[in-house]
Design a protein around this ligand. Structure first.
Ligand code: SF4
Ligand code: SF4
Length: 325
């Protein structure tokens, strides 16, 4: 038994993370730290606290409850406004995660991020959507964070899902020891593989990752005839230039039939609130979202190479093709 891992969310009726309706299970913890990350609450492996400023009444009970003196005292709202509305702050370097402040808050302004769950507890929740899978060729998508950070848990969850006849997708950044990676991947129905860049320098600068490990894993599982949907988050100033997509399309077309499709995922900033709730100053805070239409030219490179490409990653077309087959 693989015990329990922290889950940040189980999102129902997702339509962009594999075929049909998906139930997305987000495991907490990631070995990378992508500067644009759209799920910042999944990066740290330990439980964290959201502080929602708009719900905070500045009553100060969290400060009284904290045994570490990690909560800054609330101050007068007018004074706070002159300080840029930073009228409550957790010093996260002093926080031990005891969650006494969360229990003490009477207004729901503090929230624990990361719920320990077992394989069985997750699947019992996933099972509630079974009827929607049957009508859409859907299933469960295991995401994060990086699910392969919890290898034993992943294997058990994917095997148990298969034994319950639940289709699975594994959403991964590929940053995992090769043998371990293969043993996890072979248990998933489809691998959703995040390709962020081909070059080491920009990849390391913005994610901390080693491109050789990631590309090596992609090439290895492609050679094993795994069904792979490559997902490219298109980030302004990082990989939104046409030259990158010209090279990426050539590279992916060389990997053969295992690459069933390429999803171009335009950068968005809907996650700004999460950064604010976690007390993180997000470097992309003032960056404009990319319009899907901006990527039509980029998509053309993949089409020219004979690759199926989407902008946004809807899985419904693929589900219908599966039903027709
Ligand atoms: S979790 Fe515990 S240590 Fe951290 S801020 Fe809250 S009360 Fe303080
Ligand atoms: S206990 Fe809740 S409402 Fe009161 S100051 Fe702390 S976060 Fe704000």
């Amino acid at each position: 038994m693989a015990g329990r891992v922290l889950v940040t969310d189980i999102a129902r009726f997702a339509v962009n993370d594999g075929p049909g309706f998906r139930t997305n299970v987000f495991l907490k913890g990631c070995p990378l730290a992508c500067a644009w990350c759209h799920n910042p609450e999944t990066i740290a492996p330990q439980p964290e606290i959201y502080w929602k400023r708009r719900l905070c009444a500045q009553c100060g009970r969290c400060m009284d409850a904290c045994p570490e003196g990690a909560v800054f005292p609330p101050v007068d709202p007018l004074e706070a406004m002159s300080e840029g509305s930073r009228y409550h702050k957790i010093d996260r370097s002093r926080c031990t995660g005891c969650m006494a402040c969360v229990q003490a808050c009477p207004y729901g302004a503090l929230e624990i991020v990361g719920r320990p769950m077992s394989v069985r507890e997750i699947l019992d929740e996933v099972e509630r959507d079974r009827a929607f899978y049957m009508n859409s060729n859907g299933g469960m998508t295991l995401s994060g964070g990086e699910p392969t950070m919890h290898p034993e848990f992943c294997i058990e969850l994917l095997e148990e899902a298969a034994s319950r006849s639940i289709h699975t997708c594994l959403d991964t950044n590929g940053f995992c020891a090769p043998d371990l990676f293969e043993s996890i991947v072979k248990r998933a129905g489809i691998v959703l593989f995040d390709l962020k860049h081909l070059d080491q320098a920009p990849l390391e600068k913005l994610t901390g990752a080693d491109s050789r490990l990631i590309l090596g894993n992609l090439e290895r599982i492609a050679a094993r005839k795994t069904e792979i949907w490559v997902r490219i988050p298109v980030i302004p100033g990082f990989n939104d230039d046409l030259e990158f997509h010209q090279r990426a399309s050539a590279y992916l077309s060389r990997l053969g039939e295992s690459i069933r499709r390429v999803d171009l995922l335009p950068f968005h900033n809907w996650c700004q609130d999460k950064y604010s709730w976690l007390g993180i100053d997000w470097v992309y805070r003032d960056t404009e979202a990319l319009e899907p239409s901006f990527l039509e030219v980029h998509a053309e490179w993949y089409r020219r190479r004979g690759l199926k490409v989407t902008i946004g990653g809807s899985g419904f077309e693929a589900a219908q093709e599966g039903q027709a087959a």
